[in-house]
Design a protein around this ligand. Structure first.
Ligand code: FDA
Length: 341
């Protein structure tokens, strides 16, 4: 049985290698591969195959703290000891029943209680589709409100992750409603994505509102009508809008931008701008994913920059992991070669 599976894995590796080699010989191969991986990240059949295959988890665990909140707390403590802060994410998305959304909410409240109990320097990051955005606005709003109440109780903050463009408007509306209406509104932050054309206008508005914004490139499959098809354009937009979020006006209005990227050239460009404009290193922070560019995380921290690590945990790791593969095709090779070990 074992040798059958091993033989099957080797055949799979063989054909995949040929396929990838063929693909890389063609122009735009990376973009094509990225599209396939992003498609697979949402395909239920692919999730079932991957998650029933134990070696897949071994590879995925490079990016994930573990299956339990205790794992996430343990990893956060280690990260804190290195001088970095954390944001913890209980993995899960696209739930379609109110019961599942409530279960996620309760798990996140328990996580906040543990953050408090263990004195960890961490916030939490949550996904609207995990908390019921597809079920109804009232459902997700009610869940987020309960999370904010818990954040106040346990003295932490909540960041609403940004998912694909179907939910951008609703997510921004929810964020504003919570921030303005809820008595604990100062404990909620939002995310914007540099690949969307609309983001320039969103940045402008959020500067006026003095928001707490994480800025990333964007991890989902988006149509060309909505997002820059060329990576270089996204990168240029990232730098342009980062500078706007660091402007005197933005800082004056209380904006605190968090630049979520591993792109060293971009990070160095932001740092150069900060030096040139004599902006305090406390006026912003960098954020990176657990398991990605640890060397850069520590280097920046040693240089006196604030760095926060995004630490996911839980059993629903499949879509998160596939997006990480899509971001860097070299990870795919690492994944496939580990499957046959
Ligand atoms: P880019 O993809 O250009 O990568 C630059 C370099 O970083 C690569 O050359 C490589 O060295 C390294 N790298 C990047 N990704 C890697 C990976 N997976 N494995 C190994 N090396 C890698 N997206 C979103 O749509 N909504 C959100 O809420 C968030 N939240 C979020 C939080 C945090 C803390 C981070 C860091 C990122 C996100 N993202 C996100 C994901 C983000 O949109 C983007 O997909 C990834 O960060 C990859 O883009 P980079 O900016 O790193 O640049």
């Amino acid at each position: 049985m074992h040798s059958n599976r091993s033989a099957f894995s080797r055949i799979l590796l063989f054909f995949t290698t040929i396929a990838i080699t063929t693909i890389v010989l063609y122009r735009n191969s990376e973009r094509w591969l990225r599209s396939v991986l992003l498609y697979l990240s949402t395909a239920d059949w692919a999730r079932q195959i991957a998650t029933s295959f134990p070696p897949a988890w071994q590879v995925a665990s490079r990016f994930i703290a573990g299956e339990t909140s205790q794992d996430a707390i343990r990893v956060s403590q280690a990260v804190n000891q290195m001088g970095l802060s954390a944001t913890l994410n209980y993995l899960g998305e696209s739930v379609d029943t109110a019961e599942d959304a409530a279960a996620a909410r309760e798990a996140i409240i328990q996580l906040m209680q543990q953050i408090h109990q263990y004195g960890v320097n961490a916030t939490v990051s949550v996904k609207p589709t995990q908390l019921g955005i597809h079920i109804g606005r009232d459902v997700v709003h009610e869940n987020l409100q309960q999370l904010l109440t818990a954040a106040e109780k346990y003295d932490t903050r909540i960041r609403i992750d940004m998912e694909d463009s179907h939910v951008t408007d609703t997510t921004l509306d929810l964020y504003r409603r919570l921030r303005d209406d809820d008595q604990f509104g100062h404990r909620v932050g939002i995310v914007l994505q540099a690949y969307l054309y609309r983001t320039e206008a969103d940045v402008k508005a959020l500067i006026q509102e003095g928001a707490w914004v994480r800025f990333c490139k964007g991890a989902y499959k988006e149509p060309h009508e909505l997002a820059f098809p060329e990576k270089a354009d996204t990168d240029a937009n990232f730098l342009k809008l980062s500078k706007q979020m660091l402007s005197e006006e933005a800082r004056g209005r209380g904006m605190y931008p968090c630049f979520a990227t591993h792109d060293e050239a971009l990070i160095r460009a932001i740092n150069q701008y900060v030096r040139q404009e004599q902006i305090s290193k406390d006026a912003f922070e960098f954020q990176m994913l657990y398991g990605v560019r640890r060397d850069l995380q520590q280097e920046l921290s040693a240089e006196g920059y604030r760095v926060r690590v995004y630490i996911p945990f839980g059993t629903a790791w499949y879509p998160y992991f596939m997006r990480r593969l899509a971001e860097r095709p070299a990870n795919l090779w690492f994944f496939l070669s580990n499957l046959v070990k």
